[in-house]
Design a protein around this ligand. Structure first.
Ligand SMILES: Nc1nc2c(ncn2[C@@H]2O[C@H](COP(=O)(O)OP(=O)(O)OP(=O)(O)O)[C@@H](O)[C@H]2O)c(=O)[nH]1
Ligand SMILES: [Mg+2]
Length: 205
């Protein structure tokens, strides 16, 4: 199987949260620590995209700065694809506290022969929980240089595998796995979901 790196997106301004969200806690751990812990179960190479050096020191991971500034997460995907030793990267955001190693493995297994492998959940794609190959670099560069910053804008230029909900459901709790924390309200909701999940685990033990 192709080597794949895990990439945690940690740039951005957390404007809606009003404070750096990566280190806000859900349960005992900071969201970015939870994400890193899941990725460590699957990946040898893990990179942080954007964010400051202090974030890298705290997690013991290499921080890759964006090369084309102001391009949002697409710029982070671009710079880490260039920096990664692996041919492909599973890119995830730092604010997705319920993402799972099992789902990461499924995404990798689906990615053979494609430039992008992206989950399709209902009517929505999850382009920030997706596998990208180094072969995407020219198409991403063209999008960024033309001020097209929506991650999916370059998809028509490459081979995209859409991973169906049926496949996703077999590996993860589809209702929460892609939940991402953008606002203080989302954070409260995530903490409630986390408590519920822990209670269910205790009952099942
Ligand atoms: N490398 C990199 N990552 C980014 C950039 N902008 C956002 N991200 C990351 O991409 C993911 C999704 O972004 P958002 O949830 O919108 O985060 P944000 O842009 O910090 O938040 P808002 O300012 O509230 O939109 C998060 O993990 C961010 O840390 C960027 O310019 N570069
Ligand atoms: Mg978000």
């Amino acid at each position: 199987m192709t080597e794949v790196a895990g990439v945690i997106l940690a740039g951005g301004k957390s404007r809606r949260m009003g404070t750096d969200k990566a280190f806000l806690t859900v349960g005992r751990e900071a969201m970015i620590e939870r994400v890193a812990a899941e990725l460590r179960k699957v990946f040898k190479e893990i990179l942080i995209s954007g964010g400051d050096e202090e974030t890298g020191r705290r997690l013991g991971l290499r921080v890759i700065p964006d090369l084309i500034k102001g391009g949002g997460p697409l710029s982070g995907i671009h710079a880490t694809l260039i920096a990664a030793q692996s041919d492909k990267c599973l890119v995830v955001p730092c604010d997705m506290p319920f993402l799972s190693a099992e789902l990461a493995k499924i995404m990798i297994s689906q990615s053979e022969g494609y430039d992008v492998t992206v989950p399709q959940h209902g009517d929505y794609l999850q382009p920030l929980f997706a596998v990208y190959s180094k072969s995407c670099i020219p198409a991403i560069e063209e999008a960024l240089n033309n001020n097209r910053h929506k991650v999916v804008d370059f998809y028509p230029r490459v081979r995209v595998k859409y991973v169906s909900e049926a496949i996703l459901k077999a590996a993860a709790d589809i209702d929460t796995v892609f939940f991402n924390v953008n606002t203080p309200f989302d954070l409260e909701k995530a903490r409630i979901i986390d408590k519920k999940k822990k209670k269910v685990r205790r009952v099942n033990c």
